[in-house]
Ligand binder design. Sequence first.
Ligand code: GLN
Length: 275
Amino acid sequence: MTIKELLDMGADTLNKAGINESRLDAWYLLSYYMNMTRNEYYKNPGRTVTDDEINGYGRLIAEREKRKPLQYITGEQEFMGLTFKVNNNVLIPRQDTEMLTELVIKHAEGKRVLDMCTGSGCIAISIAKYAKALSVTASDVSRKALSIAGKNAKDNDVKVEFIESNIWDNIDGQYDILVSNPPYIASDEMKRLMPEVRLNEPHLALYGGSDGLDFYADILKNISGKIVKGGKVFFEIGCSQAGRVSDLLEKYGFKDIKTEKDLAGLDRVVWGSLV
Ligand code: GLN
């Protein structure tokens, strides 16, 4: 069997399993397994593959066939031009979240930034990399997530302080900026998530209570004294939550509350300043 035939076979298997970008996923897995660029592939698509290669690649295709996300198979996702290690203890960083991150980077110079519910650490680490923040702290309730986030900070050569904490429980410092992409999926939406997400990504990182708003409410309820006057909060939100999250911010003393849309034109970020 040639390497082209192997790729065709992978694509065909994924296509039959109803996976949308079957050919692209089959290619990514081949490239990952063979450690090979597109260019190298095209130099000799007629190369004969070994039995080991057929079996090894076949195992990866079988995982994807069962709807394991590509990123949990390869163990990586790119975000803000940086590479992040991922496993099923952390949410896979989403491109949508780059908007939130870029917005915070614009405001972070000289500030003490706290990223709550950091997961893979993608937001905090990108801020530490690209902004001239005074300090970057990141917290998560999951020790397993923090272990990945710590590796990611090291791999990307940035200094981030990590704190294991359920919301504010173990956070003693004061901050100028709070950023968070907390779990915000509501109960009825959980069932409708793609199988990749529903069956593989951590429930802990997705589920935000019956209306999806539990974390915003819990974070804001005890924010007094943690964020300085004039400090800012930036939240990623579900596209139907802008109004309700803005109301919560107002209730807890924030003003200049704004909503930002993502590239798809959906509400994605709500932010405001504490008076
Ligand atoms: N902050 C992480 C991210 O944006 C994790 C978010 C989460 O677990 N809800 O990817």
